[in-house]
Design a binder for this molecule. Structure first.
Ligand SMILES: [Zn+2]
Length: 103
């Protein structure tokens, strides 16, 4: 089963063709860029922000709400696990600091 339908692909392509602005999502601390083959630092808020924003932005517009809902549900489960004392593999990260630089 494909994750993207033809309509999804068409919507993603149409959106990209309408914009001539290229955006690189990068962690300024680790110089990790979304789309890089190397894994990001899971303990770094900025790496995680770039990774999840890239994930959302790589989806066609009509699928973003669905992904956002899935991520939000996952976060709720993590919070519930933390409240039960069952979350041991990672601590919650503070919000990342976002900067915009023009090339
Ligand atoms: Zn980082």
């Amino acid at each position: 089963m494909s994750l993207m339908t033809k309509a999804d692909r068409d919507a993603a392509i149409r959106e990209k063709l309408q914009s001539d602005v290229k955006v690189y999502l990068t962690c300024g601390i680790h110089n990790w860029t979304y789309g890089s083959r190397k894994p990001w630092d899971f303990n770094c808020p900025q790496c995680s922000y770039a990774a999840f924003l890239g994930l959302i932005m790589s989806l066609p517009p009509n699928r973003r709400d669905e992904m956002q809902d899935a991520l939000e549900e996952g976060i709720h489960h993590m919070v519930e696990s933390a409240e039960r004392g069952e979350l041991q593999k990672m601590d919650f990260l503070k919000h990342p600091e976002v900067t915009v630089e023009k090339a």
